[in-house]
Write a protein of this length. Structure first.
Length: 186
């Protein structure tokens, strides 16, 4: 039920923003310390729902996480939260900031051991190709694990998002706000 509501809200926001016929592609990620390179031992985990609008080239994410050993770094204090480019088992460069330095980030989990990152970014053809190749991943950096505490490859198809209390309301508000901002900017 919650998963369906998240899909409906995110799809509605994307449809409002798109002016041409578009295909909406759904991706997901499960984050854990075991996926870090090298792997780390942590009770932390997370999940993300990612949607991509092929007409507007907009990538929208809702990532929830919990159980980290220390808070996510805040912008300016070291690496925070990003989407990197590399296949599973390899480390790669940052391609999209999902922290407060990205103007498309509407909810940030910086400074928390449990929280949400939700936002959007318009991506270029190279990042789009990496997305469809399965070569993008989320990485959340903490004081304990500066190179990353939990990581999750972004893959086609949805995952079961385990929302935190209030996450559905926050996501709906964030995506509604994003749609209004985009509408005013047009």
């Amino acid at each position: 039920m919650i998963k369906h509501a998240l899909r409906t809200i995110a799809a509605a926001a994307l449809f409002c923003a798109a002016s041409a016929q578009a295909a909406i592609f759904e991706f997901g990620a499960l984050l854990s310390g075991a996926q870090e390179v090298p792997a780390v031992t942590t009770p932390g985990n997370g999940s993300a729902l990612v949607l991509f609008d092929s007409a507007s080239k907009e990538l929208v994410w809702n990532l929830s996480f919990r159980g980290l050993t220390s808070p996510i770094n805040t912008a300016g204090s070291g690496p925070t939260a990003h989407i990197h480019e590399a296949p599973a088992g390899s480390n790669g460069p940052v391609r999209i900031f999902i922290d407060s330095t990205n103007p498309g980030t509407l909810i940030t989990g910086e400074g928390k051991v449990e929280g949400i990152f939700a936002g959007a970014a318009v991506i270029d053809a190279a990042i789009e190709a990496a997305l469809f190749a399965g070569d993008l991943y989320f990485n959340l950096h903490t004081a304990t694990f500066g190179s990353g505490e939990i990581r999750g490859q972004i893959l086609p198809g949805a995952v079961t998002v385990v929302p935190l209390p209030g996450a559905v309301l926050l996501l709906g508000s964030a995506l509604g706000g994003l749609a209004l901002v985009r509408r005013r900017a047009a």
